[in-house]
Design a protein around this ligand. Structure first.
Ligand SMILES: C[S@@+](CC[C@H](N)C(=O)[O-])C[C@H]1O[C@@H](n2cnc3c(N)ncnc32)[C@H](O)[C@@H]1O
Length: 282
């Protein structure tokens, strides 16, 4: 038996795919694979969260400016261990989340075991389905931190996948209370967008073990995809704000722009990956 296995050490970005090429069987393993890395994920995010970076500050600001400290009900989609989300929400509602009622959805029960400790109501549930029946159906804020990129429809054409994604987005947008907002953090593609297969490679006794790698899939979105998504989901353009950052950057500024401004002035390419933060206001 190996004495020490570390799961989080190396991400290998392997190949770009079309969604139709992704194996449904592998995609179904997503929850199990995320479950396996849940502890190290929490630990990694805790360090990240301690930093309080531009991204978390920006999300906090969006909530504060919209809701002015009033009690809010929040739905977290793909919340994972909830560490990053809690670091934001405690700034809004205090350590006990006094004025924040949190409902958190994830496919991985292991991830949610951690999220429960933050006082979240948790639901092992596929965010591609409807809001869980036992959860409230209307929210002040719906937040996808690092999860919208995992909403993939393997085995169908990109056009069909884009339509299904837009329908999903519209359903959640409709679940916002008046004045509510949906916040999405995801990957931005500078050029052609595509789905990605990447692997987390475990390090066993200090040696990367490529045999047991865990596969994950994600998709990035370029400007055209975003415009199509917004149009298909019938979300008015003027209700959309975009920000760009690198999730791990603490120094870099976030650029706020409208879609038209991005055309003229594309976002900077960060060393790791450019993340975008989309704010859809009801
Ligand atoms: C990259 S992690 C992000 C976790 C956390 N929100 C954060 O920002 O650190 C993505 C999470 O989305 C979850 N996930 C992926 N697809 C999902 C689906 N269809 N339904 C619910 N959760 C899903 C995974 O289990 C994982 O916990």
């Amino acid at each position: 038996m190996p004495s020490e296995i570390k799961w989080k050490i190396r991400d290998d970005y392997t190949k770009a795919l079309r969604e139709s090429e992704i194996s449904k069987e592998e995609y179904k393993r997503l929850a199990i694979n995320f479950g396996i890395v849940s502890d190290s994920y929490d630990e990694g995010n805790r360090n990240e969260a301690d930093m309080s970076n531009e991204l978390t500050d920006r999300v906090l600001k969006m909530l504060q400016e919209s809701f002015l400290g009033k009690p809010i009900r929040v739905l977290l989609l793909g919340c994972g261990p909830g560490t990053v989300e809690y670091s934001i929400l405690r700034e809004y509602g205090g350590d006990d989340l006094e004025n924040v009622e949190v409902h958190a959805v994830d496919l991985s029960a292991k991830m949610l075991d951690i999220a429960k400790q933050y006082g979240f109501n948790v639901y092992v549930h596929d965010m591609k389905d409807r809001i869980p029946k036992e959860a409230p159906q209307k929210y002040d804020a719906i937040i996808w931190m690092g999860s919208f990129m995992h909403v993939l429809y393997p085995g169908v054409s990109s056009e069909e996948a884009d339509l299904q994604r837009a329908n999903l987005l519209k359903r959640y947008y409709d679940a916002l209370l008046p004045g509510g907002q949906m916040i999405i953090e995801s990957f931005y593609a500078h050029g052609e967008s595509s789905a990605w297969e990447y692997a987390r490679v475990p390090i066993i006794d200090g040696v990367p073990n490529k045999e047991d790698r865990l596969l994950f899939y994600l998709r990035d979105f370029n400007l055209k995809d975003l415009e199509r998504l917004g149009r298909n989901a019938e979300i008015p353009r003027e209700n959309v704000q975009l920000f760009f950052t690198d999730r791990h950057a603490t120094q870099e500024g976030i650029i706020y722009c409208s879609i038209d401004e991005i055309r003229r002035n594309p976002p900077p390419q960060y060393e790791q990956a450019t993340m975008m933060l989309i704010n859809l206001v009801k």
